[in-house]
Design a protein around this ligand. Structure first.
Ligand code: NAP
Length: 253
């Protein structure tokens, strides 16, 4: 994709990976709109990053997703890039999950990580297809390829988003819309709660690495360990997932 002169909507761009991408896109000469549920976090992002446009929006609501599409395309009709970045991660033991009384807690991960990016992609695809240049960037995870057993729904949502992204890319291959997948490894953000990803890659180095991949025109971009995981054999996936479970199984009760 071209890296300058775009108008870019980044979901969940108020913190972490989305904000790091927003800062880089702004610096490269793009108009950038970020969304999130918490107004105060969006405000902090705007203070830290002058020029950032913000919009409060809860992507778990179908009506709010449609309202976001309508608001962006009315107020910024030149919008030509969607980054489906918002996501949540929940770790739990399937032996202690109170799904009888609180399935909604578990379903939320499916709604935020799958339903929202699917819906937004399908809303924007025809709008973008009429443009000269456009792109949809979906943020999946290395865990789409090597499941993290203590976050089983999360890993499955990212595998689903990877599959959807492949289908979207093929369907849009005769249009101007590029479809790009970013599959991060663990990155030091507050994903899942403060302190859970401190072992991850430093955020700035990771974001710079992904921008290098964008500059090189890659359609699937990993970083660090996720580069190999994107292309791993089935036997290696089994070993990788089992080793990860051994090392982390004490983190859930
Ligand atoms: N960090 C990692 O190790 C890692 C690894 C692989 C993939 N990823 C993926 O990278 C993406 C960004 O994660 P991150 O690490 O940057 O985590 P983060 O710092 O927690 O950022 C998540 C962002 O999503 C927003 N968000 C969450 N639920 C939302 C909803 N229902 N509606 C609208 N916005 C919502 C959050 O803002 P509000 O809470 O204010 O809504 C925040 O801006 C996610 O898709 C994640 O799965 C992260």
């Amino acid at each position: 994709m071209k890296l300058t002169g775009n108008t870019i909507l980044i979901t969940g761009g108020s913190s972490g990976i989305g904000l790091a991408f927003a800062e880089r896109f702004l610096k490269a000469g793009n108009t950038v709109i970020v969304t999130g549920r918490r107004e105060n976090v969006l405000q902090e992002a705007q203070e830290k990053t002058p020029g950032l446009i913000t919009r409060v929006s809860d992507l778990d609501s179908e009506a709010e997703r449609i309202a976001l599409f309508d608001w962006v395309t009315t107020n910024y009709p030149e919008v030509n890039v969607l980054v489906n970045n918002a996501g949540i991660q929940q770790r739990f033991s399937v032996l202690n999950a109170d799904v009888k009384n609180d399935w909604s807690y578990f379903a939320k991960e499916i709604t935020t990580n799958i339903e929202a990016p699917f819906h937004l992609s399908i809303l924007f695809a025809p709008f973008f297809a009429a443009k000269e240049n456009a792109a949809i960037i979906n943020v999946t995870s290395g865990l789409a390829f090597t499941p993290f057993a203590i976050a089983p729904i999360y890993s499955a949502t990212k595998a689903a988003l990877h599959s959807f992204t492949m289908g979207l890319r093929l369907q849009l291959s005769d249009t101007s819309v590029e479809v790009i997948e970013v599959a991060p490894p663990a990155v030091n953000t507050n994903l899942g709660g403060a302190g859970l990803h401190v072992h991850g890659e430093p955020l700035d180095a990771f974001a710079d690495g992904i921008f290098q991949g964008l500059e090189e025109g890659k359609s699937e971009i990993g970083y660090g360990t996720s580069v190999d995981r994107l292309r791993m054999s089935r036997d290696d996936i089994d070993k990788y997932a089992a080793n990860m479970y051994e090392a982390t199984k004490n983190m859930i009760e």
